[in-house]
Design a protein around this ligand. Structure first.
Ligand SMILES: [Zn+2]
Length: 443
């Protein structure tokens, strides 16, 4: 089995008990971390060596709510300004997603994945929509994931908003990809059953999705109470609140991820906790769409597992973490509110959510026997650097540090700031620009 020795770095293990190990080597065997030991332990070690002296060696970051498909809308200015969340969807996202082709879907994912490599994000839980090209869309994304070499959990966001045929195709796309994923056994890929949101799903469609997902043993990935309109529609049409409705349809559970949860009440938090459903907090997106700030401290107090997602605003998890904390302080009008808890969303919440999607890989931590998903960060601590000071460094120093190297499953995807030879980011961007130009004409 091929070996790689990452030598003499400062290893930050993260995980349940974060250890900071100066002058340590990480021996990678195949796709796994075989050993972490003081530098010099592996005298007659492998021929492939990577000098990590002067670098921090950390596990790759995880993003628990992403939309690869949003890439080609960057800079698009021909949308009527939105005055509410419903208008953000109607004026921009639902126009975009309807116009996407399978090739647009592929190139969108590829651009986003290459950016993720550069920012040290190695695992992403994506939520995809392309109502004009549903069938095969998850395979188009999977192709990009495999080419770039990261890990992604994929789903298609089922919705009734584009009519019965598209909903039918959405049901089939989710089920087919879940089945394919199980048969393929590729640890780069995982799958959930995607649902757009309560307010665009009929009872009948939800019921069918729940049945299919139950048959396949799959969890769901769904937007929950992102804006007040989701709750208002649910109360008016279904006589209950959103989390209650999803609970009745069997959508909640330990394999499911509920994104946003900005406008939920105490009873809904209890339901999320009791069902062991994970929540993806997306602070920058919520701020950008002016929908509010999810009360993640109340969720955590209720016993809900909460992680951090970007909702495609960025792929940089350190940036998202900082925004999460500033917004927490602002919401509480307290400059010390939720410091540890907010960092825990990224470092603990995302690790635990990833473990549900990829059991046994121990993503989000460096541990012997776990996946060799790690990054080298160019950071020289100017103040004492140990487990007690790490969070301060993470927020105020590491956040701006350059990612030098990204390794996923033992494969070096980027080294010394250079992407692997087969990953031509300029060519990918050029193709994306051409596709974006054509797409914008269609919009
Ligand atoms: Zn989203």
């Amino acid at each position: 089995m091929e070996q790689l020795l990452i030598e003499n770095g400062t290893v930050v293990t993260l995980g349940e008990r974060n250890r900071i190990l100066e002058g340590h080597d990480v021996l990678v065997q195949g796709d796994t971390v075989a050993r972490i030991a003081p530098h010099g332990t592996f005298q007659a070690g492998p021929a492939r060596r990577l000098d990590a002296s002067g670098f921090l060696v950390l596990p790759g970051f995880i993003n628990v709510h992403m939309h690869f498909y949003s890439t080609l809308v960057r800079g698009f200015a021909r949308a009527v300004p939105a005055k509410s969340f419903s208008e953000v969807l109607a004026h921009l996202w639902w126009r975009l997603d309807r116009a996407l082709s399978l090739e647009d879907v592929y190139i969108s994912a590829k651009v986003a994945l290459l950016e993720a490599v550069r920012h040290g994000t190695t695992t992403l839980i994506d939520h995809h929509a392309s109502p004009g090209a549903v069938t095969g869309s998850l395979h188009a994304i999977a192709r990009a994931v495999k080419e770039v070499g990261l890990r992604a959990s994929l789903c298609y966001e089922l919705s009734d908003r584009d009519g019965g045929e598209v909903a039918e195709a959405g049901l089939e796309e989710n089920a087919a990809f879940l089945e394919w994923c199980r048969a393929a056994g590729d640890s780069r890929l995982a799958a959930l059953f995607g649902l757009h949101a309560s307010f665009t799903l009929s009872d009948e469609t939800l019921q069918r999705a729940a049945q299919l997902a139950a048959d396949l043993g799959a969890g769901f990935h769904v937007h929950v109470a992102e804006a007040p309109c989701d709750q208002e529609q649910c109360l008016a049409e279904h006589g209950c609140r959103v989390v209650e409705r999803l609970h009745r349809h069997g959508v909640l559970g330990p394999r499911s991820v509920a994104a946003h949860c900005v406008h939920i009440d105490a009873r809904e938090r209890e339901l999320l906790a009791a069902s062991n459903t994970a929540v993806a907090h997306c602070p920058q997106s919520n701020a950008n769409n002016a929908v509010g700030i999810a009360d993640v401290l109340a969720l955590a107090r209720a016993g809900v597992l909460v992680g951090l997602g970007t909702d495609a605003v960025t792929v940089d998890m350190r940036e998202e973490l900082r925004a999460a904390l500033w917004l927490r302080h602002l919401a509480a009008q307290d400059p010390s509110a939720g410091f540890v808890e907010t960092c825990s969303l990224l470092l603990d919440g995302n690790r635990l959510i990833a473990e549900r999607c990829w059991p046994g890989l121990h993503l989000g931590q460096l541990v012997e026997g776990g996946a060799a998903d790690l990054i080298l960060l160019d950071y020289h601590p100017p103040t004492p650097f140990d487990a007690t000071t790490f969070l301060g460094h993470l927020l105020f120093g590491l956040a701006g540090a350059r990612v030098d190297t990204t390794i996923v499953g033992g494969r070096v995807v980027m080294a010394q700031g250079q992407l692997a030879a087969e990953l031509d980011a300029a060519a990918v961007a050029a193709e994306a620009r051409e596709r974006a130009r054509q797409l914008w004409e269609r919009l």
